[in-house]
Design a protein around this ligand. Sequence first.
Ligand SMILES: *[C@@H]1O[C@H](CO)[C@@H](O)[C@H](O)[C@H]1NC(C)=O
Ligand SMILES: *[C@@H]1O[C@H](CO)[C@@H](O)[C@H](O)[C@H]1NC(C)=O
Ligand SMILES: *[C@@H]1O[C@H](CO)[C@@H](O)[C@H](O)[C@H]1NC(C)=O
Ligand SMILES: *[C@@H]1O[C@H](CO)[C@@H](O)[C@H](O)[C@H]1NC(C)=O
Length: 415
Amino acid sequence: MIIMAIRLLPIVVGLLAIIGRVDCAWGIPETRDFVPLSTASTKFSQKLYKDLAINRPNAVFSPFSAHVALSMAYLGARGNTANELRTALQLTPEIEVHDNYQELIDLLNKVNDVTLDIANSVWIHPDITLLEDYKTELVTKYYANVDALDFSNPNGPEQPINTWVAKQTRDKIRAIVPHGVLSPSTSLIIVNTVYFSADWNSGFNETLTKNKTFTKQDGLKVQVEMMTQTGRFEIKESVVAGAGVLRLPYSDERFAMYVLLPRTFSGLPDLEKTIADDDFDNDMLFNDFMEATVAVSLPKFQFTASMDLKNTLKKLGLSSAFSESANFSGISATKTHISGVMQKAMVEIKESGTVAAAVTEVDVSNRSTFPAVKKTPFTFNADHPFVYFIRQDSSGQILFHGKLSDPQMEKMEAS
Ligand SMILES: *[C@@H]1O[C@H](CO)[C@@H](O)[C@H](O)[C@H]1NC(C)=O
Ligand SMILES: *[C@@H]1O[C@H](CO)[C@@H](O)[C@H](O)[C@H]1NC(C)=O
Ligand SMILES: *[C@@H]1O[C@H](CO)[C@@H](O)[C@H](O)[C@H]1NC(C)=O
Ligand SMILES: *[C@@H]1O[C@H](CO)[C@@H](O)[C@H](O)[C@H]1NC(C)=O
């Protein structure tokens, strides 16, 4: 008798690119109450941050992408393994996660003044038969492509997967699955991609971008290309650990980048300790702003990170899922377990935007529903380490989360 170790390898891909593109229209009808799901995924995001970002100079990851991909694994998990995944994903009993994602993916894929493409695919070993129910739910709830792994492909079985990912991410992410990772004992791979590309609602003028000093955590000074603009923005001061938050909306204003900036160059560790604390509700970072005139300075930067999330997820309570005792009996009659969870994410922050809007300060000010209007501009100068979020505000989903404390570092590979 031959006993073959059959494994399950979900791979998670997150991607962000901000490149120029403008058109108009409001896409998402706000139908379902996505709050319970977003509360869960914000908590999940906070826990990922603790492990993926705190001890690293820079970070970018997509909590949304990881949550979606693991939810697809959860769909086929049973018994103990289902409990572990539910706990790790911070799901409470009232959340119908699969139905929620069906609606959310449907809605988010339809926004049309920013580009947000969410795509899922599942690749199976030719010897494995997916249960019909699982396959049906993957297709109807997650709009997943289901395809067979081809171990006879001369370029390796990963090639069609990488080609698919490159297509979904418009070539921003190419080799998500390195050569040699897949072996004939790999039974199933789950891939989620998120491609986001949007203009700022108020773009930065490229001619104002200048090399300026950025002070790192340890006091060392380096040069960065700093983008600047003065305009009406939503801001709040001293929100947590003395840090301020600035909201920079995209052309569809239900998408925004939130920059969380400590008061001093050495303030990030205290801030991170606070926001990563289990008792701290990250959702409070996104509410109760006031609108004011703000002189904004933000580094132009890009950062790519490849991460193996397995150890992080173990800390969140996944254990049987990675072992022989995994129960994925809802996926296939053949025994499977998760062998790895990888994510590759990329962020690119630059000037482009509807530059016209940048100068129409007055238009913006008239929309204000906030009482506090300060005459002297606020200064929001991100010339030292900060934390950021890219969030879809109407669903509360954090698409990307990261930090920048070393602007000269553009890449990270970590496990
Ligand atoms: C998986 O969980 C289901 C539901 O709890 C249980 O009936 C089944 O026996 C378990 N299978 C394995 C292989 O543990
Ligand atoms: C950018 O700034 C320069 C210099 O202040 C100015 O001449 C130019 O008109 C600005 N461009 C736009 C598109 O506002
Ligand atoms: C900033 O400095 C770098 C390196 O000297 C240079 O390549 C770049 O063009 C400068 N950027 C600006 C906006 O001056
Ligand atoms: C905008 O605000 C200004 C100053 O308060 C006011 O004079 C003007 O009528 C407002 N415009 C609109 C369209 O509400």
